[in-house]
Design a protein. Structure first.
Length: 269
């Protein structure tokens, strides 16, 4: 049996720890790639934390990620970013998808991990698009497809201001066919402690990361999505939290990026 080689594609530094921190410590041969540099162009977060520019904030976030992932046994040489500002990944779907395709082949990836499509953050959803599109293109090239998995992050809850962490959106209006079963493996005390220490490495995100549940890390095989559809009815969380991002315009831009790759957002990916 060929050895497992895991590739994690996360939108921002800290997403991998939120969804997979304890699990990563159990896996071998892991590469973690951030689709953005984690620094929004508006500089609001950077200024609040005392950074003079977005570049220095992005360097801090990558440094924190490498410190956190070292606790899970992932070498800093296997942790890198594709750049680009936090919040604008939908503009770079074609570019990032192409890079993922190259990584799948170059690394001999057996297991791909990424975000679900849930409307929580526009970059999470764009990362989900990139991961699925890369698998389709990889298969079209005649390559053996890796197992594709999803980890949790956050999405809108039942109330307009509610945020749900650590579980998958159910039901998801964009999933084609039945949703895959969710693996609900509770964390042992030692695993919980590893994850707590990993989260603590993200000092720049401490105002948010205390909300991350530590009891389990649900995972599932990635479903097929209709990315032309909204993940759920009503306003998405990112429309409520990032008012400049309208879901319909986001989907139109995602469709344009997929078209560059010869893919249709109307088809199930």
């Amino acid at each position: 049996m060929a050895p497992e080689r895991h590739l994690v594609i996360a939108a921002h530094p800290d997403d991998e720890t939120i969804g997979l921190g304890a699990r990563l410590a159990r896996l071998r041969d892991v590469t973690v790639v951030f689709a953005t540099d984690g620094a929004p162009a508006d500089m609001i977060d950077a200024r609040r934390l005392g950074f003079a520019n977005a570049r220095s904030y992005a360097r801090c976030r990558l440094r924190e990620a490498r410190q956190a992932l070292a606790l899970a046994g992932v070498s800093s040489a296997r942790v890198f970013t594709l750049g680009g500002p936090d919040g604008a990944l939908v503009e770079r779907i074609a570019e990032v998808t192409g890079t993922i395709v190259e990584l799948l082949q170059a690394l001999g990836v057996t297991d791909l991990w990424s975000h679900p499509y849930e409307g929580g953050h526009p970059d999470h959803d764009a990362t989900a698009v990139c991961a699925r599109a890369a698998l389709v293109l990889h298969g079209r090239a005649g390559q053996k497809l890796p197992r594709s998995h999803e980890f949790t992050s956050y999405h809108r809850g039942p109330g307009a201001g509610d945020v749900v962490w650590g579980s998958f959106l159910d039901p998801n209006g964009a999933v084609a066919g039945p949703a895959p079963p969710v693996e609900q493996r509770p964390l042992h005390e030692s695993e919980t402690e590893v994850k707590r220490r990993m989260l603590a490495c993200y000092e720049s995100q401490r105002l948010v990361l205390h909300l991350v549940p530590l009891g389990a890390e649900p995972a599932r095989r990635a479903p097929t999505y209709h990315f032309a559809r909204a993940p759920h009815a009503g306003s998405l969380l990112y429309e409520l939290r990032w008012a400049a991002v309208e879901a319909s315009r986001w989907r139109a831009r995602a469709a344009a990026e997929l078209a560059k790759l010869g893919l249709s957002a109307q088809a199930a990916l």
